[in-house]
Design a protein around this ligand. Sequence first.
Ligand code: AMP
Ligand code: ZN
Length: 491
Amino acid sequence: MNKLFLYNSLTRKKQEFKPIKKGAVGLYTCGPTVYNYAHIGNLRSYIFEDILKRVLLYNGYKVKHVINITDVGHLTGDMDMGEDKLEVGAKREGKSARAIAEFYTNAFKKDIKKLNILEPDVWCKATDYIKEQIDLIKALEKKGYTYKTSDGIYYDTAKFKNYNKLSHLPLEKLKEGARVEKNLEKKNPTDFALWKFSPKIPLTPFDKGGKIVKRQQEWPSPWGVGFPGWHIECSAMSLAILKDQLDIHCGGIDHINVHHTNEIAQSEAATGKKFFNFWLHNAFLNIAGGKKMAKSEENFLTLENALIKKGINPLAFRFAALGTHYRKPMEYSEEGIRAAGNGLKHLGNQMRDLTPALSLARRGSINADFKKKFLEAINDDLNMPQALAVAQEVLKSKLADKEKLAAVLDFDKVLGLNLASALKEKKLPAQVEKLAEARQAARNKKDFSKSDKLRKKIEKLGYLVEDTKDGQRVIKNNCRIVISSVSEKSL
Ligand code: AMP
Ligand code: ZN
């Protein structure tokens, strides 16, 4: 197996990746909080994770990929203050929290499909794992890591050694960040809720009709009726589903100091074992001026608004994301996205300009030197800008057309730009294809007079025939048309 190096936020180094079980990888990627549409910043995160998964698959690993759906417990303030985002969404739209979750989960699934993101092996919803979350809190309680306040059960971060091992920040800095939202009953500013009690006096006490607004989602627990904190869901679900395959855990960099730090603290305290060996984080997508795109800032753009409504292929966003290393900030601008759209179109045209058809490309051999270069790029902490450059090198090289196609289509298993479909975009009409097939057969038998007659027939139908070293190429009005399987000389 090739060596794969990944930047691990835990060690702050590029490290050789080795899975716990030989040949198989457990991958957990923090999923969406489904109270609104995903914005293209969120989608950058899922594209990065998809690339990671494809790189693992390309390296021959079997991957078990889990994405969670946060449908309860994520509060508007990250430090356990404010309202549950799902309840906010439900009020905003006058629907049940469950209906909101279902609607935005489906919207999310549609978005990732448009971006050619592979579906995970397991989707898991926080509300389906309440028992596992309660069990984990019970284990923490037994070991003395919890305490009770008037609004919930909290984790005592002072009891966990190396609480800052992921953030690498001095504890004082972490505390400062946490002090933004005051909760006087907490022992330490960094402590976080494991279980929140349903408020006796609702945070927004009255709806428009003057009735007391009750939480929609709540469950009984040994500590009282309530709901789980946000961080506990990812610990409980990854432990339950991936078990002893805690290889890689991902998310955006905003998860490092709070969400992932807390996941590690509670999981390692409860199990006494290391929780995930590799932690990978993507940098933000910012809007002009370096401001993070965020749902709470209301500055966010969905895939629909930023691309589809403007007639830009959604995969242009994937292409743009590939052009920036995942650990570097990416700046959004409409011009930038349009340029990426043109770049993607150009790549499709370069592919269509090659003679052989898809069926032939599959029979072309993949040049070992270029494959090595491509692997070196992707295995160097997912250097996708470099990987794209290797694909361009192939297209500009002296390789035979079918070998170029074979290589680039092989690379597309990682790039995920759906380049095979770009090839299929313009097909020859059946009549022309039949004539071209007959012409190739005539040429193979060296029957050049028949071949000439067939050329004329093809030209009468408005197509031109060129003979190249790889076989014939059929062209219409300056626009290249992919020729069918007849282009191979051996036919
Ligand atoms: P959320 O739905 O808010 O829980 O976020 C889903 C994923 O998107 C998380 O991994 C976040 O870290 C990530 N994320 C949020 N905002 C951005 C952004 N502007 N750029 C890149 N990733 C982001
Ligand atoms: Zn998570």
